[in-house]
Ligand binder design. Structure first.
Ligand SMILES: [Fe+2]
Length: 320
């Protein structure tokens, strides 16, 4: 088993002035690394009439690529459209799907659902932002859980999972992660990695022989409406006022992932925050300043075979 792919998350190409430049730089790195495919973990570029020019540029880039892109749906991909529209815009085979590459089974999940009572509702035109209090959000609906169980039962290859929200406890994980992890534990072949985005953070954890990692945003850490400050200043901030509510990363963050029998190697990138830094605006008062990192750190996650096909018995060497 051997595969090499590029991965990025939370590009938000429509929110900032230089989204297409960031995507282009990621693609150039992927080309230089001769990756076999690219993965986007969601919140790529909201399909809507807003910022039409940037969307057209990004879409044109994707269309002329010879390398395959595997997209994952994020909450913001459904801010102005429904699941069907977002799937069509990104050219996905469905909102959840799987594929094989290099002796590895890859599974893409759609975690953009919430649960009210017994009802499951897909994120649709930003409805999740007005969802009633006390609901379970985000969540993997029963239909997708059953599909996942069957899909994993149908492969002899070790599996890698991609989802927008984390499947393990973090700042914003799915509410029924325990149910999902039970399915992963009972799969006939092992699950070796679950990569997620959404949090704009960089972490790796190990649980029951499976590595879980969060891929940092390509573009920024969200400061919030209560933390308006100067990033690029001048005209850019007038044109893109949202820049004042984020800590933008100067250069795009992404990673190149290589998996073989022995290990998962994540080669990351690092940059600096543009303009006022978190400490400059006393962001430490929020209690989350320590979670801000304008980097995806390099990681080497060992895989050790055991009884199950491709099963990993791992020691957490790089956990937070
Ligand atoms: Fe997100």
């Amino acid at each position: 088993m051997k595969v090499k792919f590029g991965i990025c998350s939370d590009t938000h190409a429509d929110l900032v002035h230089d989204g297409p430049r960031r995507v282009q730089k990621f693609l150039e790195a992927c080309q230089a690394e001769q990756v076999e495919f690219c993965v986007d973990l969601g919140d790529f570029c909201s399909p809507s009439p807003r910022n039409y020019e940037q969307k057209a540029q990004v879409k044109a880039m994707l269309e002329k690529l010879s390398v395959s892109w595997y997209h994952v749906l994020g909450n913001h991909d459904k801010n102005f459209d429904n699941t069907q529209g977002a799937v069509a815009y990104l050219g996905m085979p469905g909102n959840y799907y799987s594929f094989d590459f290099g002796g590895i089974h890859f599974v893409v999940l759609d975690t953009c659902y919430y649960q009210v009572g017994e009802e499951y509702q897909a994120f649709d035109c930003g409805n999740y932002m007005d969802a009633p209090p006390g609901i379970k959000i985000p969540v993997l609906p029963p239909e997708e859980l059953s599909w996942l169980e069957k899909d994993l039962a149908g492969t002899n290859y070790p599996s890698v999972l991609f989802s927008h929200h984390s499947l393990i406890e973090s700042r914003n994980h799915i509410c029924n992660g325990e149910e999902v992890r039970k399915i992963l534990a009972n799969a006939p072949a092992s699950v070796i990695l679950a990569a997620s985005g959404h949090e704009h953070r960089d972490w790796v954890k190990e649980r029951d022989g499976i590595w879980y990692t969060c891929i940092n945003s390509m573009t920024y850490f969200w400061a919030g409406h209560d933390h308006v400050h100067t990033s690029y200043g001048g005209e850019l901030e007038e044109q893109y006022p949202i820049l004042k509510k984020m800590f933008p990363y100067e250069e795009p963050l992404y990673a190149i992932v290589e998996i073989d029998e022995e290990k998962i190697k994540i080669k990351g990138t690092s940059t600096r925050i543009v303009g006022q830094q978190p400490a400059d605006i006393h962001y430490e008062k929020t209690g989350i300043i320590h979670e801000i990192s304008s980097a995806i750190a390099d990681k080497e996650l060992p895989l050790k075979k055991s009884g199950r096909i491709g099963c990993a018995e791992l020691q957490a060497s790089d956990s937070i």
